[in-house]
Design a protein around this ligand. Sequence first.
Ligand code: PDD
Length: 281
Amino acid sequence: RIAYVNGRYLDLREASVNIEDRGYQFSDGIYEVCEIRDGALVDWPRHRARLKRSLGEVRIAMPMGEAALTAVLHEVMRRNRVHYGLIYLQVTRGVAHREHSFPSPSVKPSLVVTAKNLSFAKNEAQAAHGIAVITLPENRWPRVDIKSVALLPNVLAKQQAKEQGAYEAWFVDRDGFVTEGSSSNAWIVTKSGTIVTRSADSGILPGITRAVLQEVLAALQMRFEERPFTPQEAEEAAEAFVTAATQIVMPVVKIDGKPIGNGVPGPIAAKLRSHFHGFST
Ligand code: PDD
């Protein structure tokens, strides 16, 4: 596998960054994950816009212009021969002797890009079975709208889910409402057929998959409500699912060990999953 590291394409085994990279020392960086399908990037313009916004919020410069960045992504994809999979890119504040405040004079941000093949069949099989989720108290910082590489709470939550035989953990805020998953947005379908997800203005990362799915819902004229929901409501829902790049619409069939609906993936999640790529760009 080939990685792009600060201007060079290197074999993954030789690709490395400086130990004084601020991403390594402070998690002082931003990332994006984009799906690759049929050899093309899915919704890259939106991911690029979110990257720009996240970087702006933490005052890191874009590492290069938009066209150049897009070209790097395509080159990494090409060199790794990825037809179906994902691209990962990470921008950090750069390399400097360790001091919490920004390097002065400022240094060049670091850019790393990798791509990998995923199994399409495996992903489809997972969607056919559905996944289990657990709930955990929200313990992340309030700025989860920034796609920061500081993911320790997410890592611990995902590991706990795994150890309990689940695939994802849903964070629950102090008011008892689900915020989102450790690496996905959370949705339910009520018994009356309304699709519900929390609004993007607080407590969640504004997912690109989430945004595109809203367009799918509008086009299909499906009932949609943007509001928070509780784990109890999810337990009593007809269906639930999560959204994220590469997972697209992944049915949730169990929450904290209890089945949702009939305990099998529902028709609405399946319908949304099948329509999604007709609306992505
Ligand atoms: N995660 N919420 C969180 C906390 C996430 O980490 C992600 C994505 C999402 C969904 O966003 P999008 O639809 O834009 O992928 C929501 C990526 C895939 C990851 O960390 O690997």
